[in-house]
Design a protein around this ligand. Sequence first.
Ligand SMILES: [Zn+2]
Length: 188
Amino acid sequence: MTNKKGGARTLLRQHFLDNLGRVMGSDELREVAGGITEWARRIRELRTEEGYRILTHNDLAELKPGQYVLRDPKPQPAFERGISKETRAYVLDRNGFTCQQCGAVAGEAHPYDQSRKTRLQIGHVIDKSQGGSDEPNNLRALCSVCNEGAANLTLDRPSLHKLLVQVRRATASDQKEVMLWLKSKFES
Ligand SMILES: [Zn+2]
C-alpha cells in the first residue's frame, strides 16, 4: 500500500510541474489527486511546506477563485518563505540589487564564478534560529553563492593599497567603468 496522503501530493506536484504556466481548475486538480476531498489542502502543503509558488486568485487578479497556476518550477528556499513579495522588493531596492557580502550585482556574471549569473536572495542578518526576525531591518540581499556559504573563502576585503594597485593596472576602459560606478554610488 502506498501512503495515500504523500501519494496525492506527489501526483499534484508532478502535474503542476508538467503543466507549467497553464491555469488549472479545481475539477482537474481534484481528479489528479485521486478524487480525495483534501486535494486543496495538499496544494496548500506544496506551497507552505515545499515552497512551490502555486498562484491563486489571491496572488493574480486574472485568476478566478478555484484556479491555480505554477509558473516557476523552482521552489522558494525555506528561509524566504515567510517574507512577503513587498518586503523582498523593498530590501533588494534598499541594497541596490547588490549582494551585501561579495558585491555581486543581480543579473551580472558572478565575481567568483564567471559562468554563473548572479541571483539575489534574501538572507537574514541574525539567523532565524538565533531569534532573528523577518523584519526588513534584519534582512539583506545576498547572492546565491554567498547565501550557500560557498564564497566564504574569498570574502576578505581587499586592502586599500592592493585595491589601488589593481585599479592603476587595469585598462583605461575598466578604470572608466570603476569611475562611473563610483560616481553613481556617491553622487545621488
Ligand atoms: Zn555574494
